[in-house]
Design a protein around this ligand. Structure first.
Ligand code: SF4
Length: 223
């Protein structure tokens, strides 16, 4: 009887781990927030002229970030694509238009939030960022997070989630939890580009954005 009770307990613990959205998971391995945080006037020109990694040789424009610099809601994607590289603004291609539509569906727009990427320069042919490029660029994002002080961070896709949380789960596992990132709630959902490639994922992304809307509303009371 005791063995069967243990099996049932293990089953529910496993289900809670995989599926509940009430389960908070405290990660202890995040990168340290840099001690010497620059203000926006120091940070932006430094990033725009950055040559810390090889991507500086192939980029057209550095994509610093866009939006309200004290936004409650911060979206973090992977890296600029072709259109972003040309315009110097994040999420302006097809994936960006989809993000705008999703934001509109939860009664927000890009001027009310802040949007950034893990990398500020485009990897050639949109390849996956290399570890050394992420290591070089991540301090800029952490500086931005420290200046914005968001109430909620949304990681769009696995690269952003894995970089910030230092964990290696599937996106499906990560989107079921609310993480604590240096005292800020953090959730994970699909990158809009993944939704364009696989429209069947849109219903799950919509569930996530309804959760994001509810959390945003609870934190700000503004929508
Ligand atoms: S990707 Fe980041 S670290 Fe690399 S050159 Fe661009 S701004 Fe600098």
């Amino acid at each position: 009887m005791q063995a069967s009770d243990d099996l049932i307990k293990d089953f529910f613990l496993q289900q809670a781990e995989l599926f509940t959205d009430e389960f908070y998971f405290e990660e202890k391995k995040e990168a340290e927030i840099p001690m010497n945080v620059l203000d926006w006037n120091e940070l932006e020109p430094k990033v725009l002229s950055c040559t810390k990694c090889e991507l500086s040789k192939t980029r057209t424009k550095v994509v610093f970030g866009y939006g309200k610099r004290n936004a409650e809601l911060l979206f973090i994607g992977e890296a600029p694509g072709q259109r972003e590289d040309l315009q110097g603004e994040p999420f302006v291609g097809r994936a960006g238009h989809l993000l705008d539509d999703i934001l509109a569906a939860i009664q927000l727009n890009r001027a009310q939030v802040y949007i950034a990427n893990i990398l500020k320069c485009r990897p050639p042919k949109n390849r996956t960022p290399h570890a050394d490029e992420i290591a070089s660029c991540e301090p800029y994002l952490m500086n931005q997070i420290d200046l914005i002080k968001p109430a909620l961070i949304v990681c769009l896709g696995l690269t952003a989630a894995k970089t910030l949380l230092r964990i290696d789960y599937t996106l499906r596992q990560m989107r079921e939890k609310i993480y604590n990132y240096h005292g800020v709630d953090l959730v994970v959902t699909y990158h809009p580009a993944a939704l364009l490639r696989n429209p069947g994922l849109k219903k799950y992304a919509w569930e996530d954005f309804q959760k994001i809307q509810k959390m945003y509303k609870q934190k700000t009371g503004s929508i």
